[in-house]
Design a protein around this ligand. Structure first.
Ligand SMILES: Cc1cc2nc3c(=O)[nH]c(=O)nc-3n(C[C@H](O)[C@H](O)[C@H](O)COP(=O)(O)O)c2cc1C
Length: 323
């Protein structure tokens, strides 16, 4: 396939595996890149910048194809050393950076000076335009369906993707709710030049998480997600389980709640343990509405070949309606 995204990133198929806390490790990133897409390591899954450097080296032993690193910059009382992680990306020679959350201009300038291409992931056209003005190379636009943080505007991909594609000059990657060839075909028809997926890649053979979590993703339907942190104006979409149900119930109780009231439920260590031990009720499991479209656990190679083939079939079929 040929789009500005495949050309810019040097990949065969315009399919990107978005950064995923505790999941975006070398096993998955290398498998996606070997399958012709773009795998992405998640910087903050590594406890220190030095550990990220080692993970990048480990990924290099598993693929000779391009891969990227995600750096998610969120407001925090005790922030990780973001710039040191960025320096590792630059010094290790990785040429693709996915940013999410904040996107400080000085980071963009520094990364670009080192020849790094930046894909900024955001959830609103106004944020995408501002990132474009600051010099990023591509935008991943995350619709309301997505896993993770969909923002507070609640605009789903069917509107958000063309709205972004119409306004931006740089290429748009559609993110959120995509898990098969139909979704990919739709994204391309809406004006995107590539797709970004999170949840779908969790249910693959190579995702370094427990089999029970993958099976949970096969079983869940499109109605099985919860929106947490709504009342704290930091919405997150996660899979429905007893922990996320309790978070929602606590937020909705009369008088609402403060973060400290739910911290014991939502803390990262609990989510990590759930992914590692397979205790599907053990903590938050991040996932999007696309779980309703997941019904198997393929290898990344099978998934990508199938998606591309199906996308072409669906677009050809739709084109036939004009004759
Ligand atoms: C388990 C999981 C963890 C995630 N962690 C991050 C993260 O740390 N940083 C980030 O930018 N996005 C994160 N995301 C969001 C994905 O990169 C991607 O934008 C999103 O999953 C797209 O929606 P989809 O799941 O419908 O494909 C995560 C998603 C999942 C499923």
């Amino acid at each position: 396939m040929k789009t500005r995204i495949t050309e810019m990133l040097g990949i065969r198929y315009p399919i990107i595996q978005g950064g995923m806390m505790w999941v975006g490790r070398a096993e998955l990133a290398s498998a996606v890149s070997n399958a012709g897409g773009l795998g992405i390591l998640t910087a903050l899954t590594q406890p220190t910048p030095e550990a990220l450097a080692a993970e990048i080296e480990r990924c290099r032993t598993m693929t000779d194809k391009p891969f990227g690193v995600n750096l998610t910059i969120l407001p925090s009382a005790n922030p990780p050393p973001y710039e040191a992680y960025l320096d590792v990306v630059i010094n290790s020679g990785v040429k693709i950076l996915e940013t999410a959350g904040n996107n400080p201009k000085e980071f963009i300038v520094k990364a670009k000076a080192a020849g790094v291409k930046i894909i900024h992931k955001c959830t609103a056209v106004r944020h995408a335009l501002s990132a474009e003005r600051n010099g990023v190379d591509a935008i991943s636009i995350d619709g309301f369906e997505c896993a993770g943080h969909p923002g507070e505007d609640d605009v789903s991909g069917l509107v958000l993707i063309p709205a972004a594609a119409k306004k931006l000059k740089i290429p748009v990657v559609a993110s959120g709710g995509i898990g098969d060839g139909r979704g990919m075909a739709a994204a391309l028809a809406l004006g995107a030049e590539g797709v970004n997926m999170g949840t779908r890649f969790c249910a693959t053979v190579e995702a370094p998480i427990h089999e029970n979590i993958k099976k949970m993703m096969v079983e869940k339907t499109e109605r099985d997600t919860n929106l947490i942190f709504r009342t704290l104006h930091n919405t997150g979409r996660v899979l429905k389980n007893s922990v996320s149900d309790e978070v929602v119930a606590t937020e909705n109780r009369p008088g609402g709640c403060e973060f400290k009231d739910i911290h014991h439920l939502v803390k990262g260590a609990r989510g990590r343990e759930a992914l590692e031990t397979g205790n599907v009720e053990g903590g938050l499991v991040w996932g999007g509405q696309v779980v309703g479209l997941i019904d198997d656990i393929p290898t990344c190679a099978v998934l990508l070949e199938r998606m591309v083939k199906e996308a072409k079939q669906h677009l050809t079929y739709a084109l036939g309606m004009f004759e």
